[in-house]
Design a protein around this ligand. Structure first.
Ligand SMILES: *Cc1c(COP(=O)(O)O)cnc(C)c1O
Length: 432
């Protein structure tokens, strides 16, 4: 029975970044609770991924479950065109309250990629309505990741492989080097020089700068310093370019502050939120902008923002997001993230000395082991299964083995994650 399902899955169902012609082991999950996933064969694994940054309070949380069932009694969904509802209003109030004061308007969408699309449209429409139709390009950073839809793909790193085959159909944007200053003390003027050159040469055609603040996630888990962000903000102001911050991965405490931009003490013009917004329960994202951006879009008297997803502001998703934020506010997340950070510092840093390891770095609830060589297909045939056999759920990619566990993880469970990574690093390459 279980085998049949696995074979059916392998033959018929696409998974993220998968092929239906090359087989990689896959596991069926039957339930999840706290930081543990239960597999169909009865095994339990400790989750080191928070289901891609999302499940910050763990799985099967009684309050999040209740929020959804309560909302279900009223209505699961209703269109947002011409109608509104309490779950959306309540969530918007909460988000406007916890984000920087100038961010006063909010657009709800159904995924992070779409939140990025909306942000790009906002920026272009803002200038268009003010008689600046040439400001249509974006300036971004190499190693970035902003999603899989075409507009978002066009600002992902053009070389790192994920989207390179679509080059011909994507708009050509401007790319500055990935920042390399790790701390403000390391920061040098040369770090921003190429970015400054690009913005000063092209500002008349640039609508916005878009970047992931402090942590570039799926494009390589690169960490960089707040001073770089402050410089970017200042250059955007000098050259009349909007600043879009994509906090979809970093939002809601992951880097140690509620939003990463707080560490640089700056405010974006447009802010993208997603992933942990619903605590890993439902797909929902949001794009916030300042009154200035919103007013710009309407400046010609008829400018309406040209976007409107069918499931916009889905009430179930808004209700669970609201409760997720309430739990966060009542929890000691700063302490939880700080504890995870210091434990990972102690337990992961020794791997820096291991053969094949290029770097180990930790920031907030994110721990990264970067290898010298990318994990090739032969390693990927055993490594994921090795992790599961040892009782942990990790999903390495490229040169990276990384963890970003739910904030509620206990020290012993976190030690399991870091320990199994160490064991994998020591495993001889030919021992299959
Ligand atoms: C995951 C991610 C996205 C895309 O979000 P989806 O919900 O997968 O569409 C965009 N930007 C960043 C920084 C992300 O981490």
């Amino acid at each position: 029975m279980a085998l049949d399902d696995t074979l059916f899955d392998a033959k018929h169902i696409w998974h993220p970044y998968s092929s239906l012609k090359s087989y990689f082991p896959i596991h069926q999950v039957t339930s999840a609770s706290g930081v543990r996933l239960t597999l169909a064969d009865g095994r339990e694994v400790i989750d080191g991924m928070s289901s891609w940054w999302a499940a910050i309070h763990g799985y099967n949380h009684p309050r999040l479950n209740q929020a959804i069932t309560d909302q279900l009694d009223d209505m699961a969904h209703v269109m947002f065109g011409g109608l509104t509802h309490q779950p959306a209003i309540k969530l918007a109030r909460q988000l406007i309250e916890i984000t920087a004061e100038p961010l006063q308007t909010i657009f709800f969408s159904d995924s992070g990629s779409v939140a990025v699309e909306v942000a790009i449209k906002m920026a272009i429409q803002h200038w268009f309505a003010q008689g600046k139709p040439n400001k249509q390009r974006l300036l971004t950073l190499r190693n970035g990741y902003h999603g899989d839809t075409f507009g978002a793909m066009a600002v992902c790193d053009p070389e790192n492989g994920m989207h390179s085959m679509f080059k011909q159909v994507l708009p050509k944007h401007l790319f500055a080097p990935a920042p390399s200053c790790v701390t403000d003390a390391d920061y040098q003027d040369s770090d921003i020089a190429e970015f400054r050159q690009l913005i000063s040469t092209h500002h008349h055609e640039i609508a916005a700068v878009i970047l992931e603040p402090l942590v570039q996630n799926a494009g390589g888990m690169n960490f960089y310093c707040p001073e770089y962000l402050r410089q970017v903000r200042a250059l955007c102001d000098d050259y009349n370019v909007l600043l879009i911050l994509d906090e979809i991965a970093t939002n809601f405490g992951r880097t140690g502050t509620m939003f990463a931009y707080e560490q640089a003490d700056i405010c974006p013009d447009i802010l993208c939120l997603g992933k942990a917004l619903t605590g890993g329960y439902m797909t929902l994202a949001a794009t916030l902008c300042t009154d200035n951006v919103a007013a710009g879009i309407a400046a010609d008297g008829k400018g309406v923002l040209m976007h409107g997803p069918t499931y916009m502001a889905n009430p179930l998703a808004c209700a669970v997001a609201s409760e997720n934020l309430a739990i966060l506010a009542e929890s000691h997340w700063q302490q939880q993230v700080a504890d995870i950070e210091s434990q990972m510092e102690i337990e992961l840093m020794p791997y820096k000395q291991y053969e094949g390891v290029a770097d180990v770095r930790v920031k907030g609830g994110i721990g990264v082991v970067e290898l010298i060589k990318p994990l090739d297909n032969s390693v990927m045939q055993w490594l994921p299964a090795f992790f599961v056999d040892k009782g942990v759920w990790l999903r390495p990619f490229g040169k990276l083995i990384y963890i970003m566990p739910p904030f509620i993880i206990e020290p012993a469970d976190l030690s399991m994650l870091t320990d199994v990574i160490g064991k994998a690093l020591l495993r001889p390459a030919d021992d299959t």
